[in-house]
Design a protein around this ligand. Structure first.
Ligand code: F6R
Length: 259
């Protein structure tokens, strides 16, 4: 795991956008795993503003609420169209989200995993982190080897996402179809982006704490190619900060991103 701390939110977000665009330029038919949420909106702004083509890109989103149609204003399908898909030249047939409106959720979950396999696996998976340490909607106590399935959301997560549902946590659907932690760990490269003071405690537990199902994001420590990009506020509780900065300042891989 590599931890990169940038001085502010905008610089953390642009570093993530730059890495994604570099991967896309190197492999125009890249398979991207995408996340939603407040942290990602600015990443998608920057991707949409770039001149890079998404024509050959395939995407798989981490999750979708159970019972919401793709047209619902709170759905992640709608979020993705508003923030990225309608602003770039992606082929909508290649942009996949779990089908939270499916009558048979087990089948929908199985089909989603099969589609990822058929696409050759995910090259680069983008991740945020929930206040309770979830990645995707893998709430605390999710199996570290879990695959795509439906999960019941915690009250914390429903409160965290209430802003997308008129501010009312009770309007946030109680369940979601989400990639499992095992599905996420299968991606060839992972980038987790977290910003803001509110994430500092959980980021420290995920990055420097023990690997435990109580903090789903701690499973990322097992992945051989995982980057955690933070702003100063989200990095506030890290113990090995000096070492992370030293690596970023000295590793040749990061030379072009140091500005
Ligand atoms: C979204 C997702 C979640 C979010 C996380 C952080 O598709 O899977 O894990 O990344 O809840 O959300 P924000 O960025 O709103 O704090």
């Amino acid at each position: 795991m590599e931890v990169i701390v940038r001085p502010d939110r905008e610089q953390a977000v642009s570093l993530v956008a730059e890495i994604i665009l570099d991967r896309l330029r190197a492999k125009p038919e890249i398979v991207l795993g995408l996340a939603t949420g407040r942290t990602m909106t600015r990443v998608y702004d920057l991707l949409a503003q770039s001149a890079v083509s998404f024509a050959c890109v395939t995407t798989f989103n981490l999750d979708e609420y159970v019972g919401l149609s793709a047209e619902h204003p709170g759905s992640f399908a709608r979020y993705m169209r508003d923030h990225l898909f309608e602003k770039v030249d992606i082929d909508p047939a290649r942009a996949h989200l779990p089908d939270g409106a499916a009558a048979d959720l087990r089948k929908a979950a199985h089909d989603f995993e099969e589609l990822i396999k058929k696409a050759g696996g995910i090259d680069l998976q983008l991740l945020g982190i929930g206040e309770n340490g979830h990645i995707g909607f893998n709430e605390p106590a999710s199996a570290l080897m879990s695959r795509t399935r439906d999960k019941t959301l915690t009250p914390t997560t429903r409160a965290q996402n209430a802003a997308f549902f008129c501010g009312d946590p009770n309007m946030v659907p109680p369940r979601a179809l989400t990639m499992g932690i095992g599905t996420i760990l299968d991606a060839k490269e992972l980038i987790l982006l977290a910003t803001g003071e509110g994430k500092a405690g959980i980021v420290a537990r995920a990055v420097e704490g023990p690997i435990t199902a109580s903090v789903s994001a701690s499973a990322l420590q097992l992945h051989p190619n995982c980057k955690v990009v933070l702003d100063e506020d989200a990095a506030g509780s890290l113990k090995f900060r000096d070492y992370y900065d030293f690596v970023f300042e000295n590793e040749p891989e990061w030379a072009k991103y140091r500005r």
